[in-house]
Design a protein. Structure first.
Length: 497
């Protein structure tokens, strides 16, 4: 409902509202004069001054509302004219309403009221009516004579004295009240005019200055912390960039050292490759030597087996020879005792010879066996050592090549991953810092703009509320004083009548 009323008032201009209220007020005034002249609609005549005053007050508030509705905070210079047009409507309608009310009350008091009180004259008059009228007049004359001749306070003389005193006091109070009212009215009008003149300049400028001061202070408070945080972030970012540049330089040095290491490793691998290429030829030559040694070992093993067989047969034949020799010796000792000395000598010589032969054979077998075993062990040890050395050399070369390749690959991958990680981290950190700073700055600026708009709107609303309240107080005081004045004038006119 309020929105519809507001939309309707926005459609009405100040001049149209002024014309409408002036015409309505004049229409009510003329209608009241017509009814007073015709002496009809007494209730309407009694309420006509209040209706005229209410129309003036209503026009005042309608003009104020129209001026405030057409006032735009964002365009104060262009809206001042519309506001003043609304104020003009307010004062013109109020002035017309009150002026019509005063004129009607004056005319009604001095002319139309006496006519209404006299009433219509009776046309048909009878002697009874005359007698009754004479009796009433006689009683009235008696009462009038008593009231005129009496000396108490209720007599006419006393009442005239009291009325004269009251009229004198009322005149003094009325004069004082009128002077006071004129002073207050002139003061309020002057203050209102000053307020209107300053509202477009000083008040608005002061309000805007205060708003701008608060905005600057809030902006300093808000953006001071943000700029400090941004400064600290920028310092940290500069330190991080310095450290990052140092890390990049170190990584570049490490990369150069890695490249040098890779070149050295490549040279070593090429040298190892060349050495490895000579290994098959050496292995071929070593294979021939090993084959010859193996053949010799086989021949030595075969001869050794023959010597061992001969040793075993010799060892088996010696007990049998001893047994046979003992048998022959027993037979010879039993057959020819005489031949004892000769046989004993022969037997001893033969035993010595057999012993020496056996010892020589055993020593030869031991010598051959020891030599063969020693040669076999030496050849086996040499073969194992050469084979182990070759395998160890090949395994060492393969392991060194694999280790170098793995280390180069790992170092390269780690360096690439570290560079990518540090670069991505640096770019993400810088982007996040910049995005965060921009977001904070934008939010702070938007918040400050909203605060400034709200502060300006609140300040203007407060100014116009005070302005409206002042107008309402002025209108109320003016209406109240005017009502009291009209009542006193009505009482005075009745007393005079």
């Amino acid at each position: 409902m309020g929105e519809k009323i507001e939309a309707l008032l926005r459609m009405v201009t100040a001049n149209a509202a002024t014309d409408a209220f002036v015409l309505i007020t004049l229409g009510v005034f003329l209608l009241a004069l017509f009814f007073a002249w015709k002496r009809t609609h007494t209730r309407f005549l009694e309420n006509a001054p209040g209706i005229l005053t209410s129309l003036g007050i209503l026009g005042t508030f309608v003009g104020i509302v129209i001026g405030l509705l057409n006032f735009d905070v964002s365009a104060i210079d262009q809206s001042i004219r519309q506001l003043l047009e609304g104020m003009k409507t307010a004062f013109i309608t109020s002035l017309v309403g009150m002026l019509c009310s005063i004129i009607f009350k004056a005319l009604d008091t001095w002319k139309f009221a006496q006519t209404r009180e006299t009433g219509d004259l009776q046309i048909d008059v009878t002697p009874a009516h005359i007698l009754e009228s004479l009796e009433r007049q006689n009683q009235t004359l008696k009462l009038l004579s008593h009231s005129l001749s009496a000396a108490e306070e209720g007599s006419v003389v006393g009442q005239l004295k009291l009325v004269r005193t009251d009229i004198h006091d009322i005149g003094i109070r009325h004069h004082q009240g009128r002077e006071k009212f004129e002073k207050e009215l002139f003061g309020e009008m002057k203050s209102f005019a000053d307020l209107l003149s300053r509202s477009a300049t000083e008040a608005v400028v002061e309000a805007l200055r205060q708003v701008i001061h608060d905005f600057n202070r809030n902006l300093t408070e808000q953006f001071g912390d943000n700029f400090k945080a941004l400064d600290a972030s920028v310092k940290k970012l500069v330190e991080w960039q310095t450290q990052y540049s140092i890390q990049i330089e170190q990584m570049g040095q490490q990369f150069e050292r890695s490249v040098e290491t890779i070149h050295a490793t490549r040279t070593a691998i090429e040298q190892i490759g060349q050495d490895c290429q000579r290994i098959p030829a050496a292995m071929d030559e070593l294979r021939g030597v090993l084959e010859v040694n193996q053949h010799q070992i086989q021949e030595l093993q075969r001869h050794l087996d023959a010597f061992v067989l001969m040793r075993d047969r010799a060892i088996e034949a010696v007990p049998e020879i001893q047994r046979q020799v003992q048998g022959v010796a027993e037979q010879l000792s039993s057959a020819a005792v005489g031949m004892g000395v000769i046989l004993a000598d022969r037997s001893e010589e033969f035993s010595n010879h057999v012993s020496r032969s056996n010892q020589v054979v055993i020593e030869m077998a031991h010598t051959v066996s020891s030599s063969t075993e020693e040669m076999t062990e030496n050849l086996k040890i040499s073969h194992k050592e050469m084979e182990a050395a070759a395998r160890e050399m090949v395994r060492s070369l393969e392991q060194a090549s694999n280790n170098v390749h793995q280390q180069v690959k790992i170092c390269t991958e780690e360096m690439v991953v570290a560079i990518q990680r540090d670069t991505g981290r640096a770019l993400n950190g810088v982007e996040k810092q910049i995005q965060t700073a921009v977001d904070k700055t934008g939010e702070a600026v938007n918040a400050q703009m909203e605060l400034m708009d709200k502060a300006v709107a609140q300040e203007l609303e407060r100014i116009f509320q005070r302005f409206g309240a002042s107008l309402v107080k002025i209108s109320d005081a003016f209406t109240r004083d005017y009502g009291e004045l009209t009542k006193k004038l009505a009482d005075l006119s009745r007393s005079i009548a």
